[in-house]
Design a protein around this ligand. Structure first.
Ligand code: BJW
Length: 225
């Protein structure tokens, strides 16, 4: 059965109004990475980190899928093989567009995680320092987000998918964050046709046999239909 594996990044959600990280005016221009996206930053100032993710959770709740998310859902619905979406994004726009087989490797804004016992539960819209875990009671609730230095989710399954894909596509990701940045090279070496759909060249553009440049809301429907 033919297998398509699609890696998505912040660029696919940009036209739904959700900021990317590294583009001009992106999220890291407003906040230092080490303050809001590391376990050390959370230990130092949990209030700042909760405010950062509370604001993004509220914004994501209002966001709607754009033609790129919709095109992927259409592709999946009409495809008779195996199609997986591996997303670095913590929004739920693929699910809102109707996609299934979505693996959130960097976690999700809609989830809360206990820093003491690893219990997970649906995040309330607003989280605050000292929020308690509903399972063990520790005042250690945090967003269920994979920060720098932490191990991304579903990695065993993702490597297996990457290494057995017939087609590997990366959409809207700068290729600056590992392990996702290494997927194209692995998929290509294992025999996949690798295609990149992005506004501009990513750092690892040479790992792709085919590159298409432009906004995702135009490129992805053109690629799919
Ligand atoms: C458009 C567009 C439009 C714009 N249309 N396109 C040295 C070497 C190798 C690795 C390391 C190293 N030093 C440290 C590391 C590891 C580290 C890492 O990679 N650091 C780098 C900075 C070098 N990685 C980790 O720590 C990871 N864990 C790990 O490696 O564990 C070890 C391990 C792994 C596996 C097995 C066993 C052990 C964890 C990484 C966690 C990343 N977390 C973040 C923040 C949390 C989520 C959140 O708050 O949302 O995830 S960082 C941030 O970057 C976020 C994103 O998911 C991630 C990727 O960003 P993305 O999506 O690529 O966005 P941008 O903004 O960079 O790019 C947007 C792109 O879209 C651009 O190219 C635009 O052109 C394009 N675009 N508009 C189409 N309309």
């Amino acid at each position: 059965m033919e297998k398509i594996v699609i890696l998505t990044g912040a660029g696919i959600s940009a036209e739904s109004g959700l900021g990317t990280f590294r583009d001009e005016g992106g999220l890291w221009a407003l906040h230092a990475i080490e303050d809001v996206a590391t376990p050390e930053g959370f230990a130092r100032d949990p209030g700042l980190v909760h405010r950062f993710y509370n604001a993004r959770r509220a914004q994501a709740a209002q966001a709607t899928p754009n033609p790129a998310h919709e095109a992927l859902a259409r592709l999946q619905a009409g495809f008779h093989g195996d199609l997986w979406i591996v997303t670095q994004n913590v929004d739920d726009l693929h699910e809102k567009a109707g996609s299934s087989n979505v693996l959130h490797m960097h976690g999700s804004l809609s989830g809360a995680l206990c820093g003491a016992c690893d219990h997970r539960w649906p995040a309330p819209l607003e989280m605050a320092p000292g929020d308690q875990c509903p399972d063990c009671g520790a005042p250690a609730a945090r967003p269920d987000i994979v920060w720098f230095g932490e191990i991304p989710y579903h990695m065993e399954r993702i490597w297996e998918l990457v290494e057995t894909a017939d087609i590997f596509a990366a959409i809207g990701t700068s290729g600056q964050v590992y392990p996702a940045a290494a997927f194209a090279q692995h998929a290509g070496r294992a025999g996949a046709h690798c295609v990149e759909l992005n506004l501009e060249d990513s750092i690892n553009a040479r790992d792709f046999a085919e590159t298409r440049r432009g906004p995702a809301s135009t490129l992805v429907p053109e690629w799919v239909d």
